[in-house]
Design a protein around this ligand. Structure first.
Ligand code: IMP
Ligand code: MG
Length: 172
């Protein structure tokens, strides 16, 4: 595996993103962060530790249907949020935006819950893979079309624990 983004590089960028996010909201207003499980967990944990605003957290889990039907953008809700979103400032916290199908679906279902604002933060973006025009206000790093693991991202549930992001070789 080749390291694409080392731990220090990620930490520096996540702190910058935390600052960018906080500066976009009126002082004193709570920011409600919605982490997309499982991949977003490490990004979420570091992001919130770099924030000093009033924040609250929730977690959602979705899974894509079988690969063959993935282009439909259909996703299955595995775990819904604990609390409602009405009138709140929501930031979706996601690991990576690839085709964009998962995210566009999530944005749609969360927008239907009438948040005051709805924005999205993704640690990684692979723009060359995009199938839908999805809006992501905060992007950590734009990367080439490689399958990456670590810092929350998995291959068959492995490698989520790595503190860095690596490109998974074909032979590994
Ligand atoms: P999308 O719906 O195609 O944008 O897929 C988004 C989801 O696919 C992400 O939230 C990840 O869970 C997964 N994914 C996409 N690319 C990668 C990758 O390079 N490594 C690990 N997971 C990935
Ligand atoms: Mg994900």
């Amino acid at each position: 595996m080749n390291v694409l983004l080392d731990a220090a590089t990620i930490q520096t960028r996540v702190r910058e993103l935390a600052g960018e996010i906080e500066s976009d909201y009126p002082p004193g207003e709570e920011i409600h962060l919605v982490c997309v499980l499982k991949g977003g967990f490490m990004f979420m944990a570091d992001l919130v530790r770099a924030m000093s605003s009033r924040v609250s957290l929730d977690f959602i889990a979705v899974s894509s249907y079988a690969k063959s039907t993935k282009s439909s953008g259909e996703v299955r809700m595995l775990k819904d949020l604990d609390s409602g979103l009405q009138g709140r400032h929501i930031v979706i916290v996601e690991d990576i935006v690839d085709t964009g199908l998962t995210l566009i679906y999530l944005q749609e279902i969360l927008r239907a819950r009438s948040p005051k604002t709805l924005r999205t933060a993704c640690l990684l973006s692979k723009p060359s893979r995009r199938q839908v025009d999805v809006t992501v206000e905060y992007i950590g790093f734009t990367i080439e079309d490689h399958f990456v693991v670590g810092y929350g991202l998995d291959f068959a549930e492995q490698f989520r624990n790595l503190p860095y992001i690596a490109v998974l070789d074909d032979e590994s």
